[in-house]
Ligand binder design. Structure first.
Ligand code: NAD
Length: 293
């Protein structure tokens, strides 16, 4: 850390709990590799302390911050501007401080779209099924729609996120050329037919991750055609139950959410520094951290 001096710009991560996050490793590896005079630190900030923490971004002339749960919605009233990505999700994961003006962005959806693009799948003109309408499913749906997806069917169970999904569907239909519709996950015939119809299937629920590591929301491998792109937003474990079922069914393109996680970080990095994150180096640093666990 010898590069830190009196001119170093601080970037934060404000959430609670957050000390387990991989983001400090990602960003500090990239700053060092590109010889950028920034430092990235995680701060345990729960919602009651958020107003003071946001004020500190201006007072300390920080370059910005990542924001995670439970602050992604709560931060909105304290910001000066919202980018379209944050407006459409009513959530913020990145704040940029431009001379005292704080702008909020959501980069998770950009992370998903960019990861898919790098893997050879452009969402433009495609049809997609997404299960889940929370912090991951919503930006995946809205950003894919902004980037030219032709149709999206959002499936959710009848919980509080179902109402959220109604708003997302309305926003996509009003503000983009993508046709969006909402479907009840309990209607399994509809899900089966929709998976046969889709080019891309994204599971954006916690299924496959602890404590639901033995759960896949699709159990019949015949519902997954070989040319379907199957994307699970879970990245721990690296292979989920859904991914295993898809691979056993002969699906060629099956991915976990690690690439999305790195690409959302890269999108924030670009907003703060104007530079491209060295993705391969960052991935290697994350894998080295994994080995230490
Ligand atoms: P969330 O709590 O905001 O939303 C969860 C969604 O999944 C809701 O729509 C809920 O209805 C649905 N759901 C949850 N359990 C379900 C079940 N058993 N059956 C059917 N539906 C169920 O959570 P989130 O922030 O959207 O996170 C969802 C997943 O995405 C998590 O696994 C998280 O780790 C992952 N994620 C990945 C990235 C990434 O960069 N790869 C980023 C954010 C979240």
């Amino acid at each position: 850390m010898t590069r830190i001096d009196g001119h170093t710009y601080l970037i934060g991560l404000m959430a609670y709990p957050i000390r387990h996050s991989m983001s400090p490793t990602m960003h500090n590896t990239a700053f060092e590799a590109l010889d950028l005079n920034f430092a990235y630190l995680a701060f345990d900030v729960d919602t009651p302390d958020l107003p003071d923490a946001i004020k500190a971004i201006k007072t300390l002339d920080m370059r910005g911050s990542n924001i995670s749960m439970p602050n992604k919605q709560a931060i909105i009233p304290y910001l000066d501007k919202l980018d379209i990505s944050a407006q459409m999700n009513q959530a913020v994961n990145t704040v940029v401080n431009d001379n005292g003006i704080l702008t909020g962005y959501t980069t998770d959806g950009i992370g998903f779209v960019n990861d898919l693009k790098k893997k050879g799948h452009d969402v433009a003109g495609k049809k997609m099924v997404v299960i889940g309408a929370g912090g991951a499913g919503t930006p995946i749906a809205t950003q894919s729609a902004l980037d030219g997806l032709s149709e999206i069917r959002i499936f959710n169970r009848q919980d509080d996120r179902f109402e959220n999904a109604k708003k997302t569907v309305a926003l996509i239909n009003e503000q983009t050329d993508c046709q969006a519709s909402l479907h009840d996950l309990a209607d399994q015939d509809d899900l089966k037919e929709s998976l046969a119809w889709a080019d891309i299937f994204c599971d954006a629920t916690g299924a496959g991750m602890k404590p639901l590591e033995d759960l896949s929301l699709v159990t019949d491998p015949t519902w997954l055609k070989p040319d379907l792109v199957v994307y699970d937003t879970v990245y721990a474990p690296r292979q989920t139950k859904l991914m295993k079922i898809a691979k056993d069914a002969g699906v060629q393109n099956v991915y976990n959410g690690l690439g999305m996680m790195i690409e959302q970080g890269a999108a924030s990095f670009k907003l703060w520094t104007g530079q491209d994150m060295p993705i391969e180096l960052v991935q290697a640093a994350i894998e080295a951290k994994d080995q230490q666990k």
